[in-house]
Design a protein around this ligand. Structure first.
Ligand SMILES: *Cc1c(COP(=O)(O)O)cnc(C)c1O
Length: 232
């Protein structure tokens, strides 16, 4: 219990220091607590400490937790890989979807988003290090997917997400984050993008590399282990 509060303060301090180094206001970076494999009791504690954004990877695990905690003002972020026949639950229960990599999924999410909710906020996942096993699109496919997504009425494209190669050195990881930042900047400049000011989101950085991500402009960092301890 005290542990998770100590870890939260440590993470907030790490974000603050990393932001200060490059003269970014630390409020520009939002912490997503990645609560996969963690209990609703631990989520509730962090929520009481002021954390409003939680990330989940597995739909079967997330849905009962979301239901149990529906009395709390939590914004749920889906950060896992999704099969296209599972879109409805995302459209109905999440505020953000970070891992879009297929137009078919975007179309379904838009169709299935309940109209009483604000549009689903979406990031496109880029397979930034061209890994065969990883989800996400190649950078070369970004333009066509982004232009198709922006015409859908009930989802809002907000930016890009990546997970660098796990075995990369810190220098290589930072270069990957840098490439993601450049891709977003290019997209903002694209003449056919209608609302470039809405493309304000870089979802990058996890427990081990959040400083590198903040240095390259991350607006969401997704932190699991360093916040909750090892996953059960
Ligand atoms: C699990 C996960 C995280 C959190 O990773 P930690 O190393 O535990 O901080 C962040 N992003 C994604 C996409 C994840 O799957």
């Amino acid at each position: 219990m005290t542990d998770s509060m100590t870890r939260l303060r440590e993470i907030q301090q790490r974000i603050k220091l990393a932001a200060r180094l490059i003269h970014r206001p630390s409020e520009a970076i939002t912490l997503i607590a990645v609560s996969k494999k963690q209990s609703t009791a631990d989520i509730t504690l962090l929520h009481q400490a002021g954390i409003k954004h939680f990330g989940e990877n597995y739909l079967q695990e997330a849905l009962p937790k979301i239901k149990e905690l529906c009395h709390l003002d939590i914004q749920w972020h889906f950060i896992g890989h999704l099969q296209s026949n599972k879109t409805r639950a995302i459209a109905e229960h999440f505020a953000w979807y970070h891992t879009l990599d297929e137009i078919k999924i975007a179309q379904r999410l838009s169709q299935q988003r309940p109209t009483h909710l604000p549009p689903l906020q979406v990031c496109i996942q880029i397979n930034i290090d061209h890994e065969a096993e990883k989800s996400g699109i190649a950078a070369e496919q970004l333009e066509s997917l982004a232009l198709a997504v922006q015409s859908l009425p009930h989802i809002q494209l907000r930016g890009l997400m990546c997970i660098p190669r796990a075995s990369a050195s810190p220098e290589e990881t930072q270069q990957s984050f840098h490439r993601l930042k450049l891709l977003l900047a290019q997209l903002q400049q694209h003449p056919l993008i209608q609302y470039p000011e809405k493309l304000d989101t870089l979802s990058m950085g996890m427990s081990a590399d959040l400083e590198l991500a903040v240095a390259e402009g991350a607006t969401f960092v997704r932190i699991g282990t360093a916040l909750f301890g090892e996953r059960k």
